[in-house]
Ligand binder design. Structure first.
Ligand code: SF4
Length: 254
């Protein structure tokens, strides 16, 4: 487990590493170059680079964490990748069920596989399940997510590369929405109107909204946004204010 710079979590836990690209949102996947860099640095866990690799030894770790944590599962992979055996997914869920002191955030782009296996998994309240929704084209992922028994369901609209027009159809069943723009070399621009639309739908439904980052400074319409500066408490890539406000809402944990 490693401390995370991702604003909406505390730690990452990667019982699998590596992946393959499946949708437009994967174009500048940060996990790929990072995996290759860690391989070149000689880290044994990344000796296969970005090739899907299981790490059964990681399954013991959560039992050793004393303090309660918010844990992003598989920041460097996708748990529902076709090369992850059903038995391994079940083993990861067993660990999460047996460590209720932690909250686990799982995010996938492979909602069809998620849906296929969801009925065979045990969904304790500490397991939050999310799908990435980078544009309208992939909104069927939301419909798949809604058919799972996960108690807390969330969307990560990052990198937001197009409008998500049909969100209002699903929003009353969603517990949390994260929005973020793409960052790094070649990053695609996020239009403010796309973000405004998601915020409006969330606000009307009372759904917690977390605006992570603009990603690129030139996506941010406010050049004076103080969170662009690295010294600012809420600093994020490209800044993270929306009409002068920072949105870092989280789901209500019962
Ligand atoms: S699904 Fe996620 S980890 Fe896999 S290639 Fe796409 S962005 Fe990267």
């Amino acid at each position: 487990m490693a401390k995370s710079n991702i604003e909406w979590t505390e730690m990452t836990w990667n019982p699998t590493t590596g992946c393959t690209k499946i949708s437009d949102g994967c174009l500048f996947c940060y996990a790929e170059p990072l995996s290759l860099r860690l391989k070149s640095m000689g880290l044994p866990k990344y000796q296969n680079g970005f090739r899907l690799t299981l790490h059964p030894e990681e399954l013991k770790r959560p039992y050793t964490w004393k303090k309660s944590r918010m844990v992003f599962v598989n920041s460097m992979s996708d748990l529902f990748h076709p090369e992850v055996p059903d038995e391994f997914i079940k083993a990861v869920f067993k660990v999460m069920n047996e460590t209720p002191q932690h909250n686990y955030q799982i995010l996938t782009k492979r909602s069809e596989r998620l849906l296929q296996i969801a009925g065979e998994l045990t969904w304790a309240e500490n397991i939050w399940m999310g799908v990435t929704v980078e544009n309208e084209k992939v909104t069927p992922r939301i419909a798949d997510l809604l058919k799972t028994p996960a108690k807390t369901k969330f969307l990560s609209c990052e990198p937001l590369i197009g409008p998500v027009i049909s969100l209002d159809k699903y929003i009353s069943y969603i517990d949390w929405v994260i929005v973020g723009g793409e960052s790094g070399a070649g990053a695609r621009k996020m239009e403010k109107s796309w973000v405004d639309n998601i915020l409006k739908i969330c606000s009307e439904n009372g759904t917690p909204f977390f605006f992570k980052q603009w990603g690129r400074k030139n996506s941010n319409v406010d050049n004076n946004d103080p969170t662009i500066e690295s010294k600012n408490l809420y600093h994020a890539k490209g800044g993270c204010q929306l009409d002068g406000k920072v949105y870092r809402e989280m789901p209500v944990i019962m």
